[in-house]
Design a protein around this ligand. Structure first.
Ligand code: SUG
Length: 445
């Protein structure tokens, strides 16, 4: 069975802006108020997708969400016409308006956790949308995420969709950004590494002090249970609290795995040796750990460059390509580590590709945040609904769609403009036709 990983990238939505909404995410906090360029952001994302597609990797696309989320504003008591709702929110609760305008669904690594069919007892691909309850702007995502995933992965004989975990701190779930599947090859049975920041019930209480831990052990365990994974297939490891306090708000900011390779920073796990041992005990193929010591790359350099928020991709000849953000070139220690330690070392990484996703990076989203990995067999790929696998024609249509609808300047103050809301709805209505997704947005229902 040929199983390939498909990277489903989130298309950046027309309301992309810098509102400083994410506490503990250093880039989001430090870029608050900057004027964003939504058009450039979407085109940067599409360029990344196209170049990876051209290089032979399977590439998919997921649509942005409906923003501003007028339904959320109405639930919060803002009443009247759409324009009145926006004007009242802008006047009485500007922070709430910023949150309901966030284009944060672009970071599809947080959309869901996915288990490939080869690992699931019922032979189906399993999905759980993440509740993203740690922040209000992201808590608004899972309902639409669930509808989008159900519309694309609609064949019930092949795909299983689970409910979002209870949206409460004990089950705080941020999806695939805290989940790594390790296996000799994508088609072989894998071991699932779930990384959590804190334990809600019991435990020894050791947790970050400065910034929130966004994933709990209990949430990760519940996802593994929903997907039918047993002890022999799962490892639960606590993230190093110091890393979270330095701005590592997801595991994918400090580690990335692919096939048998786990590329990670010395401060990724609270118990590094125990985590590697537990993986080795369970894996059928030898684990290939690639460790970056703190002397080579400090936590600050890791957070600023997003070295570990890279995509590690398998090539047909057994080598791997690391897709890093442009910011890695700007930090000397990081660039040196890439050349001297990673490329020159004994590991399958044979190529580094640099991508410019600066618009997303300023909100703390690198190449790996922008994609949800779904390993699919040929038959599963053929069973997808909608038009979401990228080819030249779809890429061209999406670029033209962005150029037709997106602004090239958006400051937080512009979010109150009622024209932005109507422009966005017109764009999204056209997009669901283009991607053949049906009525996934609240305004279409
Ligand atoms: O949840 N930023 C996102 C970035 C998510 C990155 N994803 C992964 N690491 N997988 C977050 O912190 C900032 C939005 C703003 O400030 O306007 C934001 O939500």
């Amino acid at each position: 069975m040929t199983v390939r990983e498909v990277n489903f990238d989130g298309l950046v939505g027309p309301t992309h802006n810098y509102s400083g909404l994410a506490h503990g995410n250093v880039a989001s906090m430090s870029h608050e108020g900057l004027v964003a360029n939504p058009r450039e952001a979407a085109l940067q994302g599409l360029e990344k997708m196209k170049s990876l597609m051209d290089a032979g990797y399977a590439q998919g696309v997921l649509p942005p969400q409906q923003r501003p989320d007028l339904g959320a504003l109405r639930e919060l008591g803002f009443a009247g016409s759409d324009a009145q709702v926006l004007a009242r929110a802008a006047d009485e609760a500007p922070q709430v308006l910023r949150a309901v305008c966030s284009a944060s669904s672009m970071w599809t690594a947080n959309a869901a956790t996915v288990t490939p069919s080869v690992d699931a007892p019922d032979g189906r691909v399993h999905f759980t949308p993440a509740n993203l309850q740690s922040s209000f702007h992201r808590y608004l995502e899972p309902a639409t995420t669930g509808r989008v995933l159900a519309s694309i992965f609609a064949d019930e004989a092949r795909f299983a969709h689970h409910p979002v975990l209870p949206a409460t701190p004990a089950f705080s779930d941020e999806g695939a950004a805290n989940h790594t599947r390790l296996a000799g090859d994508h088609g072989e049975p894998g071991v699932h590494l779930y990384v959590y920041g804190r334990q809600a019930f019991g435990g020894d209480g050791i947790a970050p002090r400065r910034y929130p831990a966004r994933q709990t052990l209990e949430a990760s365990q519940a996802v593994a249970r929903q997907h039918g994974l047993g002890d022999a297939q799962t490892v639960f490891a606590q993230q190093h609290p110091e890393a979270i306090d330095a701005g590592v708000f997801h595991n994918d900011v400090i580690a990335v795995g692919n096939g048998p390779v786990l590329l990670y920073h010395e401060y990724a796990f609270r118990d590094e040796a125990g985590t590697l041992d537990a993986l080795r005990e369970r894996m059928a193929s030898p684990l290939i750990p690639v460790r970056v010591p703190v002397e080579a790359v400090s936590l600050d350099d890791a957070v600023a460059s997003y070295l570990f928020n890279s995509q590690l991709l398998s090539n047909p000849d057994g080598t791997m390509t690391l897709v890093v953000p442009g910011e890695c070139q700007e930090r000397e220690a990081v660039w040196r580590c890439l050349q001297d330690h990673l490329l020159a070392g004994h590991n399958p990484i044979s190529e580094v590709v640099v991508k410019d996703v600066k618009q997303s990076m300023r909100n703390g989203g690198g190449p790996a945040c922008l994609r949800l990995r779904v390993a699919l067999s040929e038959a599963e790929r053929a069973a997808l609904s909608g038009r979401v696998l990228l080819d030249d024609a779809l890429h061209g249509e999406l670029v033209a769609w962005v150029e037709r609808h997106y602004r090239d300047r958006l400051a937080p103050a512009d979010l109150a403009d009622p024209a932005l809301a109507s422009e966005t709805l017109a764009a999204l209505d056209e997009l669901t036709g283009l991607l053949r997704l049906g009525s996934v947005y609240p305004f279409q229902r």
